[in-house]
Design a protein around this ligand. Structure first.
Ligand SMILES: Cc1cc2nc3c(=O)[nH]c(=O)nc-3n(C[C@H](O)[C@H](O)[C@H](O)COP(=O)(O)O)c2cc1C
Length: 174
């Protein structure tokens, strides 16, 4: 699939078929995240793969009852590794770079999932403490997104985007 086709064709998918996702396919998708750029190539992100129904239900509760999370065959919990990044970059590493690393990896994962025929959705609205406690995340590993993954059972229309020119400033913002 052409990269521009993948970028424009990817949608947030919130309804999934029951079919499981093969581990090899999942690893290929996660590997796309590994090849994302990262600050100082520190790759300061990690992912927790959740397939157990009980844990998926807990994550859906932590995400304010978004049941589509529990209905997906699996959830990727994308985490920023604040510890790794702050050793080199201090506060900027802790507060910014590791979040950016995770976001870059996350976008690669979303695109790779789409390119391989899977659906996924970046879910950012959740109780961080509850997710951390549910998954026993150590201090310094901050969950930044819950990404349900599975074969799509919907084909949503693309939500509109603003005009390109609204995003761009030339030479400054005067
Ligand atoms: C930082 C971020 C947070 C998001 N949080 C949620 C969320 O909590 N729940 C949800 O259903 N979708 C969430 N989304 C998905 C957006 O709603 C979606 O990307 C947007 O509406 C555009 O649709 P598209 O992804 O199909 O192009 C989030 C996306 C991003 C990038």
């Amino acid at each position: 699939m052409d990269i521009f086709e993948a970028i424009k064709g990817r949608r947030s998918i919130r309804k999934f078929k029951k079919d499981p996702v093969d581990d090899k396919v999942l690893k290929k998708v996660i590997e796309a995240g590994v090849w994302a750029p990262s600050a100082g190539n520190l790759q300061s992100w990690e992912v927790v793969v959740v397939k157990k129904s009980k844990t998926k239900e807990k994550l859906a509760s932590a995400a304010y009852l978004r049941e589509f999370l529990a209905d997906a065959p699996l959830i990727l919990v994308l985490c920023a590794n604040q510890h790794v990044c702050s050793v080199t970059y201090n506060n900027r590493g802790r507060e910014l770079y590791c979040i950016q690393d995770a976001a870059c990896a996350g976008q690669n994962i979303l695109l790779a999932a789409h390119a391989i025929g899977l659906g996924a959705c970046w879910v950012g609205a959740f109780d961080e403490d509850l997710v951390s406690r549910t998954l026993h995340l150590p201090p310094g590993l901050r969950p930044v997104a819950l990404i349900p993954v599975g074969y799509p059972d919907e084909n949503p229309l693309p939500p509109p985007r603003d005009d390109l020119e609204e995003f761009i400033h030339y030479e400054g913002c005067e």
